[in-house]
Design a protein around this ligand. Structure first.
Ligand SMILES: NC(=O)c1ccc[n+]([C@@H]2O[C@H](COP(=O)([O-])OP(=O)(O)OC[C@H]3O[C@@H](n4cnc5c(N)ncnc54)[C@H](OP(=O)(O)O)[C@@H]3O)[C@@H](O)[C@H]2O)c1
Length: 279
Protein backbone atom coordinates (compact mmCIF):
# COMPACT_ATOMS: atom_id res chain seq x y z
CA UNK A 1 0.00 0.00 0.00
CA UNK A 2 1.23 3.49 -0.85
CA UNK A 3 0.06 6.80 0.47
CA UNK A 4 0.67 10.07 -1.36
CA UNK A 5 4.23 11.18 -0.84
CA UNK A 6 5.48 7.73 0.12
CA UNK A 7 7.61 7.74 -3.03
CA UNK A 8 8.73 11.33 -2.67
CA UNK A 9 10.42 11.48 -6.03
CA UNK A 10 11.15 9.82 -9.32
CA UNK A 11 14.40 11.69 -9.83
CA UNK A 12 16.49 8.54 -9.57
CA UNK A 13 14.54 6.77 -12.32
CA UNK A 14 16.34 6.46 -15.64
CA UNK A 15 14.46 3.79 -17.66
CA UNK A 16 12.03 4.59 -20.46
CA UNK A 17 8.38 5.23 -19.56
CA UNK A 18 5.94 5.14 -22.48
CA UNK A 19 2.55 6.78 -21.91
CA UNK A 20 -0.11 5.73 -24.40
CA UNK A 21 -2.96 8.25 -24.30
CA UNK A 22 -2.44 11.57 -22.53
CA UNK A 23 -6.03 12.73 -22.03
CA UNK A 24 -7.49 13.52 -18.60
CA UNK A 25 -6.08 10.54 -16.70
CA UNK A 26 -2.88 10.04 -18.70
CA UNK A 27 -2.24 13.78 -18.49
CA UNK A 28 -2.74 13.74 -14.70
CA UNK A 29 -0.25 10.85 -14.39
CA UNK A 30 2.33 12.62 -16.54
CA UNK A 31 1.92 15.83 -14.54
CA UNK A 32 2.39 13.84 -11.32
CA UNK A 33 5.53 12.10 -12.62
CA UNK A 34 7.13 15.37 -13.64
CA UNK A 35 6.15 16.96 -10.32
CA UNK A 36 7.99 14.10 -8.63
CA UNK A 37 11.09 14.89 -10.66
CA UNK A 38 10.90 12.33 -13.47
CA UNK A 39 13.26 13.49 -16.20
CA UNK A 40 11.18 14.32 -19.33
CA UNK A 41 13.98 12.74 -21.39
CA UNK A 42 12.92 9.35 -19.98
CA UNK A 43 9.30 9.75 -21.17
CA UNK A 44 7.70 9.04 -24.54
CA UNK A 45 4.07 10.04 -25.06
CA UNK A 46 1.83 8.66 -27.80
CA UNK A 47 -1.16 10.96 -28.13
CA UNK A 48 -2.93 12.03 -31.34
CA UNK A 49 -4.15 15.34 -29.88
CA UNK A 50 -1.58 16.51 -27.32
CA UNK A 51 -2.46 19.47 -25.10
CA UNK A 52 -0.32 22.62 -25.49
CA UNK A 53 1.31 21.78 -22.11
CA UNK A 54 2.36 18.36 -23.34
CA UNK A 55 3.57 19.75 -26.67
CA UNK A 56 5.67 22.27 -24.71
CA UNK A 57 7.32 19.42 -22.79
CA UNK A 58 8.87 18.21 -26.05
CA UNK A 59 11.23 21.18 -25.70
CA UNK A 60 12.37 19.75 -22.35
CA UNK A 61 13.24 16.41 -23.93
CA UNK A 62 9.95 14.50 -23.76
CA UNK A 63 9.50 12.42 -26.90
CA UNK A 64 6.09 13.18 -28.36
CA UNK A 65 4.67 10.70 -30.87
CA UNK A 66 8.05 9.24 -31.80
CA UNK A 67 8.34 6.39 -34.24
CA UNK A 68 7.99 3.42 -31.85
CA UNK A 69 10.83 1.63 -33.71
CA UNK A 70 13.28 4.31 -32.50
CA UNK A 71 12.49 3.79 -28.82
CA UNK A 72 13.96 0.47 -27.69
CA UNK A 73 12.50 -1.47 -24.81
CA UNK A 74 10.52 0.37 -22.15
CA UNK A 75 10.77 -0.11 -18.39
CA UNK A 76 7.06 0.71 -18.19
CA UNK A 77 4.26 1.17 -20.68
CA UNK A 78 1.25 2.95 -19.22
CA UNK A 79 -1.96 2.52 -21.23
CA UNK A 80 -4.42 5.36 -20.59
CA UNK A 81 -6.56 5.37 -23.73
CA UNK A 82 -10.32 4.84 -23.67
CA UNK A 83 -11.16 1.11 -23.55
CA UNK A 84 -12.52 1.20 -27.10
CA UNK A 85 -9.16 2.49 -28.42
CA UNK A 86 -7.21 -0.37 -26.81
CA UNK A 87 -7.42 -2.72 -29.79
CA UNK A 88 -5.51 -0.23 -31.92
CA UNK A 89 -3.26 1.38 -29.29
CA UNK A 90 -1.84 -1.71 -27.54
CA UNK A 91 -0.51 -3.69 -30.53
CA UNK A 92 1.28 -0.50 -31.66
CA UNK A 93 3.38 -0.43 -28.47
CA UNK A 94 3.63 -4.17 -27.81
CA UNK A 95 7.06 -4.42 -29.52
CA UNK A 96 8.43 -2.03 -26.86
CA UNK A 97 7.76 -4.62 -24.16
CA UNK A 98 10.53 -7.01 -23.07
CA UNK A 99 10.59 -9.47 -20.19
CA UNK A 100 11.73 -6.62 -17.94
CA UNK A 101 8.87 -4.28 -18.90
CA UNK A 102 5.77 -3.75 -16.80
CA UNK A 103 2.63 -2.83 -18.73
CA UNK A 104 0.22 -0.81 -16.62
CA UNK A 105 -3.35 -0.36 -17.85
CA UNK A 106 -5.79 2.07 -16.27
CA UNK A 107 -8.58 1.26 -18.73
CA UNK A 108 -11.91 0.66 -17.04
CA UNK A 109 -13.33 -2.79 -17.67
CA UNK A 110 -10.38 -4.15 -19.65
CA UNK A 111 -9.22 -7.35 -17.96
CA UNK A 112 -5.69 -8.69 -17.61
CA UNK A 113 -6.76 -11.45 -20.00
CA UNK A 114 -7.74 -8.85 -22.59
CA UNK A 115 -4.46 -7.01 -22.06
CA UNK A 116 -2.44 -10.21 -22.47
CA UNK A 117 -4.29 -10.96 -25.72
CA UNK A 118 -3.72 -7.45 -27.11
CA UNK A 119 -0.01 -7.53 -26.22
CA UNK A 120 0.30 -11.01 -27.75
CA UNK A 121 3.51 -11.76 -25.82
CA UNK A 122 4.30 -12.84 -22.28
CA UNK A 123 4.46 -9.67 -20.20
CA UNK A 124 4.38 -8.43 -16.65
CA UNK A 125 1.11 -6.54 -16.30
CA UNK A 126 -0.76 -4.41 -13.81
CA UNK A 127 -4.41 -3.50 -14.17
CA UNK A 128 -5.29 -0.37 -12.21
CA UNK A 129 -8.41 1.64 -11.48
CA UNK A 130 -7.79 5.28 -10.56
CA UNK A 131 -10.42 7.93 -9.86
CA UNK A 132 -10.87 11.55 -10.88
CA UNK A 133 -9.34 13.25 -7.79
CA UNK A 134 -6.12 12.02 -9.47
CA UNK A 135 -6.32 15.33 -11.34
CA UNK A 136 -5.32 17.12 -8.12
CA UNK A 137 -2.98 14.41 -6.81
CA UNK A 138 -5.64 13.14 -4.37
CA UNK A 139 -6.91 10.08 -6.18
CA UNK A 140 -7.02 6.51 -4.96
CA UNK A 141 -5.94 3.74 -7.31
CA UNK A 142 -6.45 0.02 -6.84
CA UNK A 143 -3.98 -2.21 -8.69
CA UNK A 144 -3.86 -5.93 -9.44
CA UNK A 145 -0.70 -7.54 -10.85
CA UNK A 146 -0.11 -10.50 -13.14
CA UNK A 147 3.34 -12.06 -13.71
CA UNK A 148 4.98 -8.98 -12.18
CA UNK A 149 8.10 -9.40 -10.05
CA UNK A 150 8.79 -7.20 -7.02
CA UNK A 151 10.74 -4.59 -9.03
CA UNK A 152 8.06 -4.35 -11.70
CA UNK A 153 5.35 -4.04 -9.11
CA UNK A 154 7.33 -1.39 -7.28
CA UNK A 155 7.80 0.63 -10.46
CA UNK A 156 4.06 0.42 -11.19
CA UNK A 157 3.38 1.53 -7.61
CA UNK A 158 5.72 4.50 -7.92
CA UNK A 159 4.14 5.61 -11.20
CA UNK A 160 0.56 5.18 -9.98
CA UNK A 161 1.17 6.89 -6.64
CA UNK A 162 2.04 10.11 -8.48
CA UNK A 163 -1.72 10.83 -8.48
CA UNK A 164 -2.54 9.73 -4.92
CA UNK A 165 -2.76 6.63 -2.77
CA UNK A 166 -2.41 3.09 -4.19
CA UNK A 167 -3.91 -0.13 -2.82
CA UNK A 168 -2.90 -3.55 -4.17
CA UNK A 169 -5.21 -6.54 -4.46
CA UNK A 170 -4.52 -10.05 -5.75
CA UNK A 171 -8.04 -10.99 -6.89
CA UNK A 172 -8.98 -9.30 -10.17
CA UNK A 173 -12.64 -10.21 -9.65
CA UNK A 174 -12.77 -7.48 -6.99
CA UNK A 175 -12.15 -4.82 -9.64
CA UNK A 176 -15.88 -4.54 -10.43
CA UNK A 177 -16.66 -3.62 -6.83
CA UNK A 178 -13.61 -1.32 -6.71
CA UNK A 179 -14.94 0.44 -9.81
CA UNK A 180 -18.34 0.79 -8.12
CA UNK A 181 -16.87 2.25 -4.91
CA UNK A 182 -13.86 4.43 -5.73
CA UNK A 183 -13.99 4.65 -9.55
CA UNK A 184 -17.57 5.89 -9.69
CA UNK A 185 -17.60 7.16 -6.09
CA UNK A 186 -16.68 10.79 -6.81
CA UNK A 187 -19.97 11.13 -8.71
CA UNK A 188 -21.89 9.98 -5.63
CA UNK A 189 -20.18 12.66 -3.54
CA UNK A 190 -20.92 15.34 -6.13
CA UNK A 191 -24.55 14.20 -6.12
CA UNK A 192 -24.56 14.60 -2.34
CA UNK A 193 -23.46 18.23 -2.79
CA UNK A 194 -26.21 18.76 -5.38
CA UNK A 195 -28.91 17.19 -3.22
CA UNK A 196 -27.81 19.15 -0.13
CA UNK A 197 -27.95 22.39 -2.14
CA UNK A 198 -31.43 21.56 -3.45
CA UNK A 199 -32.60 20.73 0.07
CA UNK A 200 -31.16 24.03 1.35
CA UNK A 201 -33.02 25.94 -1.34
CA UNK A 202 -36.21 24.06 -0.50
CA UNK A 203 -35.70 25.09 3.15
CA UNK A 204 -35.75 28.74 2.08
CA UNK A 205 -32.11 29.65 1.36
CA UNK A 206 -31.27 31.65 -1.79
CA UNK A 207 -30.11 28.98 -4.24
CA UNK A 208 -26.61 30.46 -4.73
CA UNK A 209 -26.05 30.49 -0.96
CA UNK A 210 -27.40 26.94 -0.63
CA UNK A 211 -25.03 25.77 -3.40
CA UNK A 212 -22.05 27.45 -1.74
CA UNK A 213 -22.88 26.05 1.69
CA UNK A 214 -23.31 22.54 0.27
CA UNK A 215 -20.13 22.69 -1.81
CA UNK A 216 -17.93 23.97 1.01
CA UNK A 217 -19.49 21.54 3.49
CA UNK A 218 -18.74 18.53 1.28
CA UNK A 219 -15.26 19.80 0.40
CA UNK A 220 -14.37 20.77 3.98
CA UNK A 221 -15.73 17.55 5.46
CA UNK A 222 -13.78 15.55 2.87
CA UNK A 223 -10.61 17.39 3.82
CA UNK A 224 -11.31 16.84 7.53
CA UNK A 225 -11.81 13.13 6.89
CA UNK A 226 -8.59 13.07 4.88
CA UNK A 227 -6.53 14.74 7.58
CA UNK A 228 -8.10 13.11 10.64
CA UNK A 229 -6.93 9.90 12.26
CA UNK A 230 -10.57 9.19 13.17
CA UNK A 231 -12.83 7.15 10.93
CA UNK A 232 -15.98 8.56 9.31
CA UNK A 233 -18.31 7.14 11.97
CA UNK A 234 -16.31 8.77 14.80
CA UNK A 235 -16.25 12.12 12.99
CA UNK A 236 -20.00 11.88 12.48
CA UNK A 237 -20.58 11.06 16.15
CA UNK A 238 -18.40 14.04 17.14
CA UNK A 239 -20.80 16.47 15.45
CA UNK A 240 -23.99 14.82 16.72
CA UNK A 241 -25.34 16.01 20.08
CA UNK A 242 -28.14 13.88 21.50
CA UNK A 243 -31.49 15.45 20.72
CA UNK A 244 -29.93 18.14 18.51
CA UNK A 245 -30.42 19.20 14.89
CA UNK A 246 -27.85 16.79 13.41
CA UNK A 247 -29.42 13.90 15.31
CA UNK A 248 -32.81 14.83 13.83
CA UNK A 249 -31.41 14.69 10.30
CA UNK A 250 -29.44 11.50 10.92
CA UNK A 251 -32.57 9.79 12.21
CA UNK A 252 -33.91 10.22 8.66
CA UNK A 253 -30.65 9.45 6.83
CA UNK A 254 -29.92 6.40 9.00
CA UNK A 255 -33.49 5.10 8.98
CA UNK A 256 -34.58 1.80 7.48
CA UNK A 257 -34.87 3.25 3.98
CA UNK A 258 -32.13 5.83 4.53
CA UNK A 259 -28.74 6.26 2.92
CA UNK A 260 -27.10 2.89 3.73
CA UNK A 261 -29.56 0.64 1.84
CA UNK A 262 -29.71 3.16 -1.01
CA UNK A 263 -25.91 3.22 -1.28
CA UNK A 264 -25.78 -0.59 -1.14
CA UNK A 265 -28.24 -0.70 -4.06
CA UNK A 266 -26.27 1.90 -6.03
CA UNK A 267 -22.94 0.11 -5.52
CA UNK A 268 -24.53 -3.24 -6.45
CA UNK A 269 -25.91 -1.68 -9.66
CA UNK A 270 -22.50 -0.22 -10.58
CA UNK A 271 -20.75 -3.52 -9.78
CA UNK A 272 -23.18 -5.43 -12.00
CA UNK A 273 -22.75 -2.89 -14.82
CA UNK A 274 -18.96 -3.12 -14.54
CA UNK A 275 -19.22 -6.93 -14.88
CA UNK A 276 -21.48 -6.56 -17.92
CA UNK A 277 -19.13 -4.08 -19.62
CA UNK A 278 -16.13 -6.34 -19.04
CA UNK A 279 -18.10 -9.10 -20.77
N1 LIG B 1 -11.72 9.53 -15.98
C1 LIG B 1 -11.92 8.68 -14.99
O1 LIG B 1 -12.52 8.92 -13.96
C2 LIG B 1 -11.31 7.30 -15.07
C3 LIG B 1 -11.30 6.51 -13.92
C4 LIG B 1 -10.74 5.24 -14.01
C5 LIG B 1 -10.23 4.81 -15.21
N2 LIG B 1 -10.27 5.60 -16.30
C6 LIG B 1 -9.75 5.09 -17.54
O2 LIG B 1 -8.71 5.91 -17.99
C7 LIG B 1 -8.67 5.84 -19.40
C8 LIG B 1 -8.53 7.22 -19.95
O3 LIG B 1 -9.67 8.00 -19.59
P1 LIG B 1 -9.69 9.56 -19.77
O4 LIG B 1 -10.87 10.07 -19.05
O5 LIG B 1 -8.33 10.11 -19.46
O6 LIG B 1 -9.95 9.62 -21.37
P2 LIG B 1 -9.49 10.70 -22.42
O7 LIG B 1 -9.39 12.05 -21.78
O8 LIG B 1 -10.36 10.54 -23.63
O9 LIG B 1 -8.01 10.24 -22.78
C9 LIG B 1 -7.67 9.22 -23.67
C10 LIG B 1 -6.61 9.79 -24.62
O10 LIG B 1 -6.07 8.73 -25.42
C11 LIG B 1 -5.90 9.22 -26.75
N3 LIG B 1 -5.83 8.13 -27.74
C12 LIG B 1 -6.85 7.56 -28.44
N4 LIG B 1 -6.40 6.58 -29.26
C13 LIG B 1 -5.06 6.54 -29.09
C14 LIG B 1 -4.03 5.73 -29.64
N5 LIG B 1 -4.29 4.77 -30.54
N6 LIG B 1 -2.76 5.93 -29.23
C15 LIG B 1 -2.49 6.89 -28.33
N7 LIG B 1 -3.43 7.68 -27.76
C16 LIG B 1 -4.70 7.51 -28.13
C17 LIG B 1 -7.11 10.09 -26.94
O11 LIG B 1 -6.91 10.94 -28.02
P3 LIG B 1 -8.21 11.48 -28.84
O12 LIG B 1 -8.87 12.46 -27.95
O13 LIG B 1 -7.64 12.06 -30.06
O14 LIG B 1 -9.07 10.26 -29.10
C18 LIG B 1 -7.21 10.80 -25.59
O15 LIG B 1 -6.43 11.97 -25.57
C19 LIG B 1 -9.95 5.14 -19.86
O16 LIG B 1 -9.64 3.83 -20.32
C20 LIG B 1 -10.79 5.08 -18.64
O17 LIG B 1 -11.55 3.88 -18.60
C21 LIG B 1 -10.79 6.85 -16.25
Amino acid sequence: MSAPGQHPDLRDFSGLVVLVGAGKMGGALLEGWLRLGLDPNTVAVLEPLPSPQISALAERGLRLNPDAKTLGHAAAIVVAVKPQAAGEAIPAVAPLASAATVVVSIMAGRTLQFLAGALARPCAMVRAMPNTPAAIGRGITVAVPRNANAAQRQLADRLLSATGAVEWIEDEALMDAVTAVSGSGPAYVFLLAEALAQAGAAAGLPSALAAKLARETVAGSGELLHRSALDAAALRENVTSPGGTTAAALKVLMGQDGLAPLMAKAVAAATARSRELAG
